[in-house]
Design a protein around this ligand. Structure first.
Ligand SMILES: Cc1cc2nc3c(=O)[nH]c(=O)nc-3n(C[C@H](O)[C@H](O)[C@H](O)COP(=O)(O)OP(=O)(O)OC[C@H]3O[C@@H](n4cnc5c(N)ncnc54)[C@H](O)[C@@H]3O)c2cc1C
Length: 271
């Protein structure tokens, strides 16, 4: 499939990218790794008039400790997140989840910012950032604002980001030695998750269990109230609206969410 024709710009700075976004707004699409945008364009589900290529902006690629948080540049590739010593020490869930995204080729092109901005509820990293209780930082010529991840995802492939805003940074708390686990259930190695469950510090993020990544709040509340892992995990699908497709029925996904949550909580607890 061939996409509709488009113009192409490769700005040399974030400010240059923001100026182009301000000028072209909804007619433009930012391209980071291109691993979600280009397939969507080839299917002609998107037809931006201008591609703003930010893949070479090194100022968007970093992982650093900043106070009691880790700051990750939006252009940081999955492979860098996966191998980051800072994340291994300070937020190992994120590194562990990045390791499960697609295959090495995908991880060498795809970026954490692209994954969050694309807002596919079947993606791995959005649920991990949700479980971590992170924040995203958005910049436009109007200024910079921070949005809690709990308010960022507004629907399938849709977020609170305005058309002239660039996602520049993801911030997650330093969880250090807190127990964590990611359970990703796939039909074949390297596939997208049929269901995924990210656990850290008593918080539970669900992949592919609704229109957006979700928190298993009933499970979290039960754990906080002293319930056993088995009893808390049995509530993991409460409040979810899982999709139904060739990979599984709604009921199958609900079952997976409960089983994977039990496994992830057990692993995170050192079991
Ligand atoms: C074969 C294959 C397998 C995959 N398997 C998985 C998987 O198992 N799990 C998984 O989670 N993902 C998977 N992916 C998706 C992959 O992780 C993508 O790379 C990622 O979802 C998007 O990141 P990107 O940098 O490629 O974004 P792009 O494709 O460049 O952009 C995606 C969207 O985000 C916007 N965008 C990107 N960066 C920014 C920014 N900084 N600010 C504002 N908007 C921005 C773009 O305009 C576009 O709308 C797979 C992809 C492929 C091709």
């Amino acid at each position: 499939m061939i996409p509709v024709g488009f113009a192409y710009e490769r700005p040399s700075s974030v400010d240059g990218a923001l100026a182009l976004l301000a000028e072209h707004g909804e007619e433009a699409s930012v391209m980071a790794g291109g691993h979600s945008l280009l397939p969507v364009m080839k299917l002609r589900l998107a037809a931006p008039e201008l591609i703003i290529d930010i893949s070479k902006l090194s100022e968007l690629s970093y992982v650093k400790v900043d106070g009691d948080e880790v700051a990750i540049g939006a252009g940081t590739r999955h492979s860098t997140v996966e191998r980051s010593d800072v994340l291994a020490a300070e937020s190992p869930l994120l590194a562990g989840v990045a390791r499960t995204v697609g295959d090495p080729q995908v991880r060498h092109r795809g970026t954490i910012g692209g994954s969050l901005a694309h807002a596919d509820p079947a993606s791995d990293l959005p649920a991990a950032v949700l479980a971590l209780g992170g924040t995203v930082v958005l910049r436009s010529p109007r200024g910079t604002r921070s949005v809690p991840i709990t308010e960022f995802f507004t629907g399938v492939f849709s977020t609170a980001k305005e058309p002239d805003e660039l996602l520049v940074e993801i911030r997650v708390p330093r969880t250090g030695g807190a127990g964590w686990a990611y359970e990703k259930f796939t039909r074949r190695a390297n596939d997208w998750a049929i269901v995924g469950v990210a656990v850290v510090d008593g918080r539970v993020g669900l992949v592919n269990m609704g229109q957006t990544p979700l928190r298993a709040t009933a499970t979290e509340e039960a754990l906080a109230g002293g319930a056993s892992i088995a009893d808390a995990a049995a509530l993991a699908d409460q409040g979810t609206e899982p999709p139904e497709d060739l990979a599984g029925t709604k009921e199958y996904r609900r079952h997976l969410a409960r089983v994977l949550t039990r496994r992830a909580l057990t692993t995170a607890a050192g079991g």
